[in-house]
Structure formats: C-alpha cells, structure tokens
Design a protein around this ligand. Structure first.
Ligand code: CA
Ligand code: CA
Length: 349
C-alpha cells in the first residue's frame, strides 16, 4: 500500500519510506552502488527489464543514431507509443538514490511531427514527468532526479511511454539508479567512547571526537556498572559537576537528524546528591535540563533536529547544586540522519 503524505515541495525529489522497515535496518549497499542491471542495454537484450521495450543498435531500422550520435556503447532501449519498461530493484537498508538517464525522440521517419511523452515512476509514484519530446533535430536529453529515498524492500522503476495519436518512439540509454548513501548516516564519531587511552585506575583520556570529560571502564573507581549494567562494550563518558562533553561535527547538506544517548547517575558516591545535565547544539537547548538520580539507566532521544549544512557543536553540559560532587555517565551517543530536506514527496509504503 502506498500513501502520499505530502507533495510538491521541489521538483525532482521523491521519498519512499517504509516506516515498519525502519525498525530493523542494516547497512549493506555502499554509497555509489549501482542498483540497476543492464541500464546501458549493452547485453544486447532487454533482460532484466520487462515490458514492451526493444533493444536496438545504431544500424537498426529505428535509427537511434540517425540524426545525432546518441547511443553509449552499441545498444539502447526503444520504447514505442504507450508501452512501458520496468525493472525491479531491491535495497537492504534505507538509502537515498539518484536516478539518471539520457533520452532522445525518434525523428528519422515520417512520424517526426508526432510528440512522444514519457513518465518515470517508482512504485507507482511519478518521479519525473510527464515529459513531452517534440524535437525534430535529434536532441539528446540528460535527466537526473536526486534524493529518491528508498526503504528496504523491492521497488519498481517504470518508464511509461504515451502518444497523443499515431506513432512515436523514445530511445533511452545509460539508465542509472545509484545508492547515494544511507539515510542513517552517523554524524558523530566515537559516540561509544571506545577510543580512549587506558591511564591509571582505568580512567581514560578520550582520544577521538570529544573534548572535555573523561572516560572510564567498569573497573574504574567511578564504577559506572556498579549498581546497574550500563556500559556498552568497555568504555563510557564521564561528566563531573559542571564540566561538559563537546563534539564538533560538520554536515555538508541540510539534514533532519535524531540524537540518542543513554546516561546514568553515579549512585555509588553521594547517592542523594542529584546530577543535572542539558543537551545543546550550537548553544540551543535541544533537551532541557534533566535530573538524574538513583540507579536507573535512561535511554533518551530527540527527533526532528534540523541541521543546516556547516559546522555544529554538540554539548552535554553537567551541573550540580552548589557545585557539590556528583557525576553522570554517558554512552552510545548517536546523531543519525533521518531525512534530507526539502523533499518533494514523502511516500509511505
Ligand atoms: Ca548503451
Ligand atoms: Ca561504550
């Protein structure tokens, strides 16, 4: 089932989202991977495309190279009148994809006054078109659609031809659908504090990503695992009193991101003294001051954080009443890209 939530923000962008599938994602395809097979038609056959397409070379009766050099390699696709060509692709993790192709109207015969229309869709949702080709000079058109968001699963790409009347044909070549990267791109480094040096008493200096604070393992005198299992892997971040942990990161486009972390009060020393912390990005509070007490491990997240392109500063700021001695532990800090904006079409399937 496909539901269009919002439309028409920006031509050329489609977002296909599968909310249920987001729960269990894992990265497989690498950025830049080509998702289509035989997009240049150089196997001389239509496979694995399906539909009523044909494949021809420059000496075919259709003459794709008749007026202008068009074909890359030897073959291109030939799509006549109201016919369609289809290919299914499968992605294993959510990604953004870029679709590109080149096309040219057939204008070497007596039908060269007949316009040719075509539309490109994914899962029934139009990503390009309907484009009307009327050229009589053999113009070659290079087309590209960015930011197609594909969720895990199988997606159906369709090039659909249409004529108003009579006979017309479009040639297509070099069709490419590339995985441009996971929508779950992690913007932070060392969010688990595992990159540390082991100094005396199992207290670490954080080597990567963060400034301020220290890190500790379960054998450290801070005892982050003393009352409740807390640490993921070996190390966690430690914030004492009014110190802070800071990470500067840079993103090269505007994102919507989700920040998540877990934290815990140091209960084994001064258990009645609360520990407070606040989370800020670029000085703006994105998570208001929270009080940590007891042995609870808090799993926290903030969704919908809009990050413009550029450098940003994430801060976990500690505080205690009257600068009393208290500490909190921090681990598994993650800032993940969940969306690019603006998007043309959000589609949930
Ligand atoms: Ca080709
Ligand atoms: Ca850790």
């Amino acid at each position: 089932m496909t539901t269009v939530l919002t439309t028409c923000f920006h031509r050329g962008t489609l977002i296909v989202a599968g909310l249920a599938a987001l729960v269990a994602w894992h990265a497989v395809a690498a950025a830049g991977d080509e998702l289509l097979v035989n997009g240049n038609f150089e196997n001389g056959a239509t496979t694995p495309w399906t539909g009523q397409l044909m494949v021809g070379d420059s000496s075919s009766a259709y003459g794709p190279n008749h007026t202008t050099t068009f074909i890359s390699g030897t073959y291109c696709a030939i799509l006549q009148m109201n016919r369609a060509m289809t290919q299914e692709v499968t992605v294993d993790s959510p990604c953004y994809a870029t679709l590109s192709w080149k096309c040219k109207r057939r204008c070497n015969d007596t039908n060269n006054k007949t316009p040719m229309h075509y539309t490109v869709s994914i899962d029934g949702n139009v990503v390009w078109g309907e484009e009307k080709l009327v050229d009589t000079d053999g113009s070659i058109w290079y087309r590209k659609v960015d930011n197609i968001r594909l969720n895990p699963g199988t997606h159906t790409l369709v090039f659909q031809g249409r004529v108003e009347s009579g006979d017309a044909t479009v040639f297509l070549d070099d069709i490419s659908l590339r995985d441009m990267g996971s929508m779950w791109t992690e913007l932070l480094v060392n969010g688990g504090f595992e990159v540390s040096t082991n100094r005396a008493n199992n207290i670490g200096k954080i080597l990567l990503g963060w400034t301020g604070g220290i890190s500790g393992n379960s054998s450290s005198p801070y005892h982050p695992n003393h009352t409740t299992t807390f640490i993921s892997q070996s190390w966690c971040g430690i914030v004492q009193k009014s110190t802070k942990l800071t990470q500067v990161f840079t993103n090269n486009t505007t994102y919507v991101a989700t920040l998540s972390w877990k934290c815990k009060h140091r209960y084994d020393v001064n258990p009645t003294i609360p520990m407070y912390y606040t989370v800020l990005i670029d000085g703006d509070v994105i998570y208001g001051e929270e009080t940590l007490t007891g042995t609870t491990v808090y799993n926290r997240s903030v969704e919908g954080i809009k990050l413009r392109s550029g450098e940003h500063t994430l801060v976990f700021q500690g505080r205690t009443d009257n600068d009393q001695d208290q500490t909190f532990f921090l681990d598994d800090v993650s800032l993940r890209v969940t969306n690019k904006i603006p998007g043309l079409t959000f589609i949930v399937r």
